[in-house]
Every structure is written in structure tokens, then in C-alpha cells.
Design a binder for this molecule. Structure first.
Ligand SMILES: [Zn+2]
Length: 470
């Protein structure tokens, strides 16, 4: 038999079901081809010593925005810098939201081709569904374009989405989108906030130019989020749809989703590193403005509990690559969101495992296995098993790293975690058996588009049938 292409030797490898295991992993033709004892004599063209390092399945960042206007990646930098940031943080696959009122048949080919030329990660897309025409095409998008997850903004009533060039909608629009997704084996990812309540609160609260993040939290409080999450998950149950609550921030929103999930199982929950690690007490000013807002310490504790016990399915970054000049304004005029794909895995391993004792394999489930299963990438992605893509994050748990915009690669050129120390560093990132990051240095682009026919319950059912990979 010809030698393997690559062997990762003497590391501690996260295997499904068994956690950190002292095995070697061998790669051939971009796939995981053998898992063996370190003493086994299996020849490989290249053997990389990873003694003392953790070998994790490459992270899947299921929540990314690209482009300075957040619509689609348009420039080489939009594709190259943000995926380089992701790769440097151990991400091997990103799912990015395309967001426009145009038909996606018009936007998709150029976005896909630009990414295929310049991305340092494999990639797929979600589409934001903002027009009736988008809803009519949900089945077509899933079948023919390989995009099977669709965001609906419950907060874009009236002119509320105009700043992103997006039309308003209402609950009948949401209902139609849920129905179309249910009919197509797709999933709706909802941005859940009751904007009518926000409008009322905005009227009452003064627009103090020196307002801080506590004011942002006060005009968009947890009950605004919780009410909308409960409503979407309930309506999804009426039509048999899968719903995915992106960026859940609060104890109340978690409870609202859990109440729905007790009655109907296809309710999936995502949170983001910033809701776990930052809050209105973090002294960030406008750079910490995000929708939904950063919350309180109590909300962070509730989210960590749900991360640890499995009530949260996925942790995605909600990466927003806009330059910091869009942020350094008063609270009310600063843009919302900030970059985070590069810090997703290092911060989570440090804060979750080292500071809170959450097992590494649980954090791998949240950042690789579960997103692969929910978004139609399983069993090709999401775990270290024979036949899967050879995608790895090789993490050094004995070498701390400090977050700095200068080493984050993102065009945003800042990080809300600037100066934070992670107890780990990402040494290598490997995509399809090739290094995208080697000893911390980003290598040439090699990402490929990932077509995903199903998401949500339909993807879970399909994935289960394919338990034995080809
Ligand atoms: Zn987002």
C-alpha cells in the first residue's frame, strides 16, 4: 500500500465518544484514512510531531458576515482576510450569510467564485430571506444552489432594515418562510427581537450622546428577545419547521426556547463567544455595540450552564468585518457587531475548559460536530473519523496567546478582546490534509464551496443514514 500523505504523531486527538485519545491520525487524498497507535509503523510522506498538542476537528464557524456592507463578499480582501482570520483561529469551514433583496441566483455565483479563489477555509452560505420571491425560491436554493439555511429578521418591521437596504416584513412573512423551509428540508435561522417593543423603549429613553452599553441593553432588553424567540419557535412547530435561534444572549431567551423545545424538538440554539465573555460591565463603549446587545453577568452564567449541559447546540462567532471607523462613534450612530471568527476557538477553549472545567470534547461538539450535523455537512465534516475530510485544528494547551488585532488578519483591524489572554494557541490548521496555517503562519488559499442540500431535522435524519462514511 502506498504511504499516507500526512501523519500527525503523538498528539492527543479528540475522537467521537472517547474524548482526548493518544493516537496518531493518518491522511490520504485529503481524507482521514487511518487512526492508529503512536507505535504503529504506518509510513507517511510527511510526519508532523504534535506531542503534547490537542488535535481537534477543524472548527466550523456557522455564523459569519462578509463584506464591509455585510451583503456579500465583493473584494479579494473580503474573502481572503476574514477566512485567514478564521484559519488562524483553527476554523476550517465557515458558513456566511448573504444578505440582499436581489434574487440570490444573481448574487450567488460571483460570491462562490470569489471565495473559491481566495478563501483559506471551506465555505458555504446561508441566505437572508427578505422578499416574497426569496421565499418562493427556498426549495430551489436548497436543491440547486446547495444553500439550505435561511435567516429571517423578525426585527425588520417598517423601515427598520433600511440601513441594510432590506425591506420590512411581518409575522405572515415569517410564517410563509417557515412553511417553505419545512417543505424543502431546510431550516430558518431567526434574528429574534420584537422591534415594536424596542420602538416604545427608544421613545422613553433619552438619546444621551454619552450613553454606554447599558443603554443599548435597556432599549433592547431580554424580554424583547425572549418574546420573539418563543413566537418563532412556536410558529415553526405549527408548520413542522426546524428553527435555529442565532445569537441567543440571555437567561430569558434560553427559557423561552426551552419551553418551546419541551413541546416540539426541532428548536436549535446558538450563542456566541461575546455573550459568554463580555457584558455591559466590560467597559467597551460603542465597540461593544451589537444586536442583540451584550447583557449582564447573570445572563453569561445562564449561557455557560446551557453550554455545559447541552442546551446550546452551536457556538458561532457572528463575525462582522466592518472597519473600526464604523464603531468609534457615539452609541446611537456606531454600527452594530464586531469581528470574532479568529478568536472563537482559542477563547472558548480557554474560558470554557480551563476556567470553567467544561470538557474539551463538549466544546468540540459545539464548534464542529453539532454545526456539521445541523447544517448538512455531516459526516464529511465535524469529527475525526475514518472517511471524513482531514480538517484539523492543532492546539497547544501549554502555550498561551494574547489577542491582538495585529495578528487577527481581519479587515476590521480591531478586536473587542484586545489584550485578552487565551491559555492556548492554535499552532496548525489543516484543511483537506493541507496546512492552511503552519506554526502560526497563514498559507495560501485552498477553500472549496460546500453544497448543503438539507439543514435542521432533515439534515439530522440524512446524516444518521450516512453514519458509515464512504
Ligand atoms: Zn449575524
Amino acid at each position: 500500500m502506498k504511504p499516507y500523505d500526512l501523519r500527525l504523531h503523538d498528539g492527543r486527538v479528540v475522537l467521537p465518544g472517547t474524548g482526548l485519545s493518544e493516537v496518531d491520525v493518518c491522511v490520504r487524498d485529503g481524507k482521514i484514512a487511518a487512526i492508529c497507535a503512536p507505535s504503529d509503523e504506518l509510513p507517511a510522506a510527511e510526519t508532523v510531531d504534535v506531542t503534547g498538542r490537542w488535535v481537534l476537528p477543524g472548527a466550523i464557524d456557522a455564523h459569519v458576515h462578509l463584506g464591509q456592507d455585510l451583503s456579500v463578499p465583493k473584494t479579494v480582501e473580503d474573502a481572503a482576510l476574514e477566512t485567514a482570520s478564521a484559519a488562524a483561529g483553527g476554523v476550517t469551514t465557515m458558513l456566511a450569510y448573504l444578505m440582499s433583496p436581489q434574487p440570490y441566483d444573481e448574487l450567488f455565483p460571483a460570491a462562490r467564485d470569489l471565495m473559491a479563489e481566495h478563501a483559506h477555509t471551506d465555505f458555504g452560505f446561508h441566505f437572508c430571506v427578505v422578499t416574497p420571491e426569496h421565499i418562493e425560491n427556498i426549495g430551489h436554493y436548497a436543491r440547486d444552489l446547495g444553500v439550505s439555511s435561511f435567516k429571517v429578521f423578525t426585527n425588520f418591521r417598517g423601515n427598520e432594515g433600511a440601513y441594510l437596504n432590506l425591506p420590512g416584513n411581518d409575522d405572515s412573512f415569517l410564517f410563509d418562510a417557515l412553511q417553505a423551509a419545512a417543505d424543502s428540508g431546510a431550516m430558518i435561522a431567526q434574528h429574534a427581537e420584537n422591534i415594536e417593543l424596542v420602538w416604545r423603549l427608544r421613545e422613553r429613553l433619552s438619546k444621551d450622546p454619552d450613553a454606554g452599553l447599558d443603554a443599548w441593553h435597556a432599549v433592547r432588553p431580554p424580554y424583547v428577545e425572549a418574546e420573539a424567540e418563543g413566537r418563532v419557535a412556536y410558529l415553526a412547530s405549527v408548520v413542522g419547521a426546524s428553527s435555529y435561534a442565532v445569537h441567543v444572549t440571555s437567561r430569558e431567551a434560553l427559557s423561552a426556547l426551552e419551553r418551546q423545545r419541551a413541546e416540539y424538538p426541532d428548536v436549535f440554539v446558538e450563542t456566541c463567544p461575546h455573550y459568554l465573555t463580555l457584558g455591559i460591565d466590560s467597559g467597551l463603549g460603542s465597540r461593544g455595540k451589537v444586536n442583540p446587545p451584550l447583557r449582564t453577568r447573570d445572563d453569561r452564567e445562564a449561557l455557560w450552564e446551557a453550554v455545559a449541559d447541552g442546551r446550546v447546540d452551536v457556538i458561532g462567532s457572528d463575525h462582522v468585518p466592518r472597519h473600526f471607523s464604523a464603531k468609534d462613534k457615539d452609541l446611537w450612530s456606531a454600527s452594530a457587531g464586531f469581528p470574532g471568527t479568529g478568536t472563537l476557538l482559542p477563547l472558548l477553549l480557554s474560558e470554557g475548559h480551563f476556567n470553567r472545567g467544561i470538557p474539551v470534547e463538549r466544546l468540540v461538539d459545539l464548534t464542529a460536530t453539532r454545526p456539521a450535523q445541523l447544517f448538512g455537512l455531516w459526516p464529511r465534516k465535524g469529527a475525526i473519523r475514518i472517511g471524513a475530510d482531514a480538517d484539523f485544528a492543532v492546539v497547544d494547551p501549554n502555550r498561551p496567546s494574547t489577542v491582538a488585532a495585529a495578528t487577527q488578519h481581519s479587515g476590521a483591524a480591531y478586536s473587542v478582546w484586545e489584550g485578552w489572554e487565551s491559555k492556548v494557541s492554535v499552532q496548525h490548521t489543516i484543511l483537506g490534509g493541507e496546512f492552511t496555517v503552519r506554526d502560526g503562519a497563514v498559507q495560501g488559499p485552498r477553500g472549496q464551496f460546500l453544497a448543503r442540500r438539507n439543514s435542521g431535522r432533515a439534515a439530522l435524519a440524512f446524516g444518521a443514514k450516512k453514519e458509515v462514511p464512504a
